[in-house]
Design a protein around this ligand. Structure first.
Ligand SMILES: Cc1cc2nc3c(=O)[nH]c(=O)nc-3n(C[C@H](O)[C@H](O)[C@H](O)COP(=O)(O)OP(=O)(O)OC[C@H]3O[C@@H](n4cnc5c(N)ncnc54)[C@H](O)[C@@H]3O)c2cc1C
Length: 494
């Protein structure tokens, strides 16, 4: 597509797929194009082997509820927020299935129970308090808690096999999910590509962005022919994952000043032994180990990929200077350092020595070291059943805080310029699970006209029935339950 576009989406991952589908449904007359540098879509972070596929709903990840107050209570508000955000994704995917945009939900979402698992008296106490806080909310009313080995063993046999006498506890919700974010992205993009005024250009790398009077001009290299071309667009979404920071810097918007990126590679242990795989049917998240940053706390996951069940354990962190897994360059990190973010990056290095130490430790560990971590979850694990593979790369956003030392931002950061003609997504967590919530925020900010009319609101409500209702409130519990059940049925999760 060389004609002027309404919207150019850079990157063919789950974020662009979601925004493109949402916009095209709200405004079917718009010309929308997606530019993807690889030969196909969803092959970077959204590829199922490059992420854990957890439908993050705050159920099992202790990192969302890290603090126990002096009175023993655990603040669970963040978990409630994540749950609400993931619910929007479930509803959006469910309506896409119901409306015939995409099909065969089992190819991208499956029920897998979510467990939190801890060991040691202090953590048992914490998990009990967390459960009390969580189960009091209607989102988590079905959450079970146990310190009983037989019960925990029935939930996830590998956890209790050959385990010593240390106190353990677990919580479980059977409504958790395993999501193949690559597949749902491909399905959404498949639908988008079939729409009259939309196009997907693989093997097309956006190399520059320049502001124009009406929006942006993107310079794009056709990687098959080497030719450069220009496309203008009224709005640009930079959903280029690890490539986003580079493009934001090219765009030169004031909001990008001081921002940096810090890549952390990931690795999984994978087990395909059917005798072991068949015993585990859960995603088990544990307590933080050593100085691991929150997003690197390991978990033992059932994955359903290409219709086959497998077990993944990790992620282990790996040192890298690349920002992209498939086509990254060792110069990505050095190339991202500019006069305006140099100080922030240096301060990060000086004030995050634990993180630096952790990365060095992770980068130098052996298979035996990794097995020791696995034994925390599955004491009976044997080295010969597991192999190490590379996962994706997370580029953590680094930003200034009050002119003081910068912070490593483990969440997701949407940067939008003042003219609201460009938005970019940085960071990776909770990531793909909350893609619908993230792009909805972009729509609200940059395209308020699309949802100002009664017609726009009706279309959005068809896609996400609870988008304008605070389903966290107890008085909306029944409304939430009705729509959650409908979504589960459409997604064949019940
Ligand atoms: C180890 C790990 C585990 C994770 N686990 C989970 C999880 O369990 N649950 C969860 O919800 N999230 C998880 N995430 C996060 C999740 O994978 C990401 O948030 C999500 O996939 C990001 O999607 P995206 O569309 O922004 O980026 P991507 O899927 O990376 O897509 C970006 C695309 O942009 C393309 N691109 C880059 N530069 C250019 C350019 N200049 N021109 C054109 N195209 C370009 C890339 O080739 C790529 O295809 C995990 C991430 C990692 C690394």
């Amino acid at each position: 597509m060389t004609e002027p576009l309404d919207v150019a989406l850079i990157g063919g991952g789950v974020m662009s797929a979601t925004l493109g589908t949402l916009l095209s449904q709200l405004e079917p007359t718009w010309k929308i194009a997606i530019f993807e540098r690889l030969g196909g879509v969803a092959r970077e972070s959204s590829d199922p082997w490059n992420n854990a596929g957890t439908g993050h709903a705050g159920i099992c990840e202790l990192s969302y509820t890290p603090t126990q107050a002096a009175d023993g209570t655990v603040d669970v508000s963040n978990a409630i927020n994540i749950f609400e955000q993931f619910e929007k994704s479930r509803q959006f995917w469910a309506s896409a299935v119901t409306e015939g945009l995409i099909d065969k939900p089992k190819e991208f979402i499956n029920p897998v129970s979510h467990l939190s698992f801890v060991h040691g008296a202090k953590w048992v106490d914490y998990l009990r308090a967390r459960h009390t806080g969580m189960a009091a909310h209607h989102f988590f009313a079905d959450m079970a808690f146990s310190t009983d080995r037989a019960t925990i063993g029935a939930w996830a046999p590998l956890l209790t096999e050959s385990r010593g006498e240390v106190p353990i506890a677990a919580t479980r919700m059977s409504s958790g999910t395993d999501v193949n974010f690559g597949e749902v992205s491909r399905k959404l993009l498949g639908w988008l590509g079939r729409q009259n005024r939309c196009g997907i250009a693989s093997n097309h790398r956006v190399v520059d962005l320049a502001k124009t009077a009406t929006g942006w001009s993107a310079t794009i290299r056709d990687l098959a022919t080497g030719q450069l071309r220009r496309n203008s667009a009224r709005f640009v979404f930079v959903g280029a994952g690890g490539g986003s920071l580079h493009l934001l810097q090219k765009a030169g918007i004031p909001e990008s000043k001081g921002l940096g990126g810090f890549p952390i590679g990931g690795q999984w242990l994978v087990c395909d032994n059917p005798a072991i795989v068949s015993k585990h049917e859960a995603k088990v998240y544990g307590q933080p180990l050593d100085a691991a940053p929150t997003m690197a706390v390991p978990h033992l996951d059932t994955r359903i990929l290409d219709g086959k069940k497998t077990l993944l354990f990790g992620p282990f962190a790996a040192w890298t200077t690349k920002f992209l897994h498939k086509k990254g360059s060792a110069f990505d990190l050095p190339g991202s350092i500019k006069p305006h973010n140099l100080l922030t990056l240096l301060k990060i290095g000086a004030t995050n020595l634990d993180l630096v130490k952790y990365l060095v430790q992770q980068g130098t560990q052996s298979m035996d070291d990794r097995m020791k971590v696995l034994h925390v979850f599955y004491p009976g694990a044997k080295k010969e059943d597991w192999k190490l593979i590379d996962a994706g790369i997370r580029v953590q956003a680094i930003k200034k805080t009050d002119g003081e030392a910068g912070i490593v931002h483990y969440g997701t950061e949407v940067i939008t310029d003042q003219t609201r003609t460009i938005s970019a997504l940085l960071g990776a967590s909770p990531g793909a699970s909350v893609s619908v919530h993230i792009v909805l925020e972009v729509v609200k900010l940059c395209f308020p006209e699309l949802i100002a009319s009664a017609e726009g609101q009706r279309r959005l409500k068809d896609m996400i029935p609870t988008w304008d209702v605070d389903i966290k409130k107890p008085e909306n519990a029944a409304f939430y339950q009705t729509h959650a059940r409908r979504a589960s049925e459409a997604l064949q999760l019940v």
